[in-house]
Design a protein around this ligand. Sequence first.
Ligand code: ZN
Length: 176
Amino acid sequence: MQHILQREQPVLREIARSILTEEIGTAKLDKIIVDMETALGEQKDGIAIAAPQIGENLRLFVVSGSLLKKADKNYRGEGGYLVFINPEILKKSREKSDVEEGCLSVRWLYGKVKRSIRVTLRALNEKGEKVERGASGLLAQIFQHEVDHLNGILFTDKADELWEMSEEEIRELQGK
Ligand code: ZN
């Protein structure tokens, strides 16, 4: 089982460093990406994960396209894992909404956070190709949550309301 760091770990509070072009496609970085995908695959309620959550101080996050599809009926993008290296939010809608959020590194707290309803993100994929994509709904929320991770910010810093749920309660909600 891939260990996911919890919020008292200092690496989660650091500004993660940018990944160099020459690191992209190396066995070392590819292994980190696989470890992140494994960590995500082992969690029942996680759709995305940032590198600091497995102890790697790097600007990188991974989204599970297939879980996103299940969670957001409006998502029309690809399945599989989407990799975002050195992501930058280029644009954020002024319009925000209160959304419920949790985090694999903040077990088992949930809260309400204000997030822009649309964002545009620029990043590199695992092949080092430039990607720029607009997102709304859950993916827009994920982009903001994950970029926060790379800047040492956890959703609990921003949440207006926080509550605790047990792992069993979550399973029941999800009917698992
Ligand atoms: Zn998180």
